[in-house]
Design a protein. Sequence first.
Length: 276
Amino acid sequence: MYKLIDGKLISTQIKDELKQKVADEHIRATLAVIQVGNDPASSVYVGNKKKACEYIGIGSAAYELPEETSEEELLKLIDELNADDDVNGILVQLPVPKHIDEKKVINRISPLKDVDGFHPESVGNLCIGQEGFVSCTPAGIIELLKRSDIDIEGKECVVIGRSNIVGKPMALLLLKNNGTVTVCHSKTRDLKTICKRADILIVAIGKPKMITSEYVKEGAVVIDVGIHRMENGKLCGDVDFDDVKDHTSAITPVPGGVGPMTIAMLMVNCVKAANR
Ligand code: GUN
């Protein structure tokens, strides 16, 4: 019988711990959230981030900028927020419209306020094992494993996906926790054989239900980062949950697995930013 890793429950525990810490230590913090344009999915994410701030008792300042905002205007706003002592964390919701260079935006946010952990200095710190902000989704996955009593040390960990936001920092975090790590991607040959070796399989490919039981070793732990809306309106992940579940020792559902952890770890980073 597999264990269902309940991300909703664990994320609520983390937010409750933060809420207590914010109250006990009289922490004052404000997260600035910038959204350019009105992509509906981004609006939902931004709304959830504001709600989470409210829940743990910190402030949020929302900047909803029109689609036609220039790169220069956006960078100017980031400069102002970098200089504002009342703002501890700055987040620009991605993707930004095509006429804006995402890299320039990420690089402009002060590493001291980089609660997304996307700045090259944050990524570099993670890479060499120094203190810094860590990308929220992979940090949330480590927390899910730890709070489910799943040991990483010495395990064969396979990450599918090499994005800057998930795959790469995920590999670094597993390595930091003494896992043996393989990163697979679209050009990987014989993906099934490599996945079948994994004690811990982390899937961030962006293809609905691509990972079936043929990819999963008996008793493996499977973490699904994907989220897709199916034609019937229901959500699914990159893993074919019903096909895979009985072959695992533990698995995350979609929704209610990795998703809620991203926001909980963002709140961890905001509280950390306030203490810096
Ligand atoms: N778009 C999708 N995920 C994220 C995230 O974690 N942070 C930001 N800023 N944008 C995103």
